[in-house]
Design a protein. Structure first.
Length: 210
């Protein structure tokens, strides 16, 4: 007997218990949803239960929350929080913390002629390196680090010139091999550079707290 299903399909109910047309469309839909040939194993929507939907919703919500709360401009945030803690960085440091001057070396020759170099208490190293207290970058015959040193002893209120390592240093044109006392007007020769010593601390003039 020919029968019409609820979806408008005609079929013989003597041969089929249910509409074969509806069954075929249902199978096609299921195949498209399952997509069994996909490598990422896509599952049918009909196989997703309510608990999975709640879990997926929670994951999406947490992800959105993380990105929403993340700072948009970290550098700007750090700048706002650290404005009152800004530190100055530079080759010569903060002049307010520079140790008291104890004397000077004045360059008498070469490209740096007329330039003066401050001396402080303790050891003042001479060399071409940027970390040296007296930096003589133009004289390539001078060692990069610690060619020699000028020492100020605050207790004795005296200055000394000392060679460092195997480097050659002259005091008033004489090569020295051990620390020698420095007097005002003495000339120090390192490489091709001549420096004249000018003390600030001398006789009764000295800093009270060295």
């Amino acid at each position: 007997m020919i029968t019409k299903c609820d979806n408008g399909h005609w079929y013989d109910n003597g041969m089929h218990k249910t509409c074969p047309h509806c069954k075929k469309e249902s199978e096609k839909l299921s195949i498209r949803l399952n997509d069994i040939e996909e490598d990422d194993h896509t599952i049918s929507i009909t196989e997703i239960d309510e608990s999975f939907g709640e879990e997926l919703g929670s994951i999406i919500e947490n992800t959105i929350s993380i990105f929403s709360n993340a700072p948009k401009d970290v550098s700007a945030s750090e700048t706002e929080e650290d404005d009152d803690k800004t530190l100055a960085f530079g080759l010569f440091g903060d002049s307010s913390t520079e140790p008291p001057v104890t004397g000077w070396l004045v360059c008498m020759t070469g490209d740096e002629k007329g330039k003066d170099f401050r001396l402080h208490s303790g050891k003042n190293f001479l060399g071409r390196g940027a970390s040296m207290d007296v930096m003589l970058i133009d004289d390539k015959t001078i060692a990069r680090d610690k060619h020699c040193s000028v020492i100020y002893d605050p207790k004795g209120n005296r200055f000394y010139l000392s060679p460092e390592g195997d480097n050659i240093v002259k005091l008033n044109q004489e090569v020295i091999c051990e620390p020698m006392n420095l007097k005002e007007g003495d000339e120090i020769t390192v490489g091709e550079t001549v420096l004249r010593f000018v003390p600030f601390c001398k006789e009764d003039l000295k800093w009270e707290k060295e």
